[in-house]
Design a protein around this ligand. Sequence first.
Ligand SMILES: Cc1cn([C@H]2C[C@H](O)[C@@H](COP(=O)(O)OP(=O)(O)OP(=O)(O)O)O2)c(=O)[nH]c1=O
Length: 189
Amino acid sequence: MKNLYLASASPRRYELLGMLEHPFERVNAEIEELQQEHEAPHQYVVRLAIEKAQAGLQQVSDPQAKVLGADTIVVVAGKVLEKPRNKDHFRQMFDQLSGSTHQVMTAICVATEGKELHDLVTTEVTFCHLTEAEVEHYWSTGEPLDKAGGYGIQGRAGKFVQQLRGSYFAVVGLPLYETNQLLQRIEQD
Ligand SMILES: Cc1cn([C@H]2C[C@H](O)[C@@H](COP(=O)(O)OP(=O)(O)OP(=O)(O)O)O2)c(=O)[nH]c1=O
């Protein structure tokens, strides 16, 4: 596959897309991430993935470009948890995550000149009950800062996960199977 671009600054997405073994370049796609009133979480995450792919497409001058955008959110009891702004915000988030099941939604979108395909992957994750000391310690590692829901399943938060139903890679930021399928479909259509 040629002319593939990844519209993401996420080091995780860069590494994961590399596993699909298609050569690609990175392109900048800064967009505003703000959930609108009355916008359901699944609509929100899909909209962001589409906006990232389209913003990336604007950046490249390649008419054959296929631009991949993705977005990940954590949803607890219907509410979206974004990246933690500070320690208090992080504590509030972990109050909800500790000892319960939440959803991680990752949307992906591939945009070309004139075509756009997207998909949504939802994974259920159950966290064990965490003590205040564990939550404090996890914050002090710095790992929560740049991650939706304030945790990295691929890192120190892996040990909090009692159960996962769905795609591990989608939780980390890029569902490998679904992304590969989307790239194949855009080639064929
Ligand atoms: C839940 C979870 C999220 N994350 C990460 C994936 C995403 O990088 C990030 C969610 O934020 P996003 O806004 O989806 O992505 P981003 O800002 O990191 O990068 P870009 O918009 O440029 O593509 O959280 C993990 O690494 N591990 C996890 O277990």
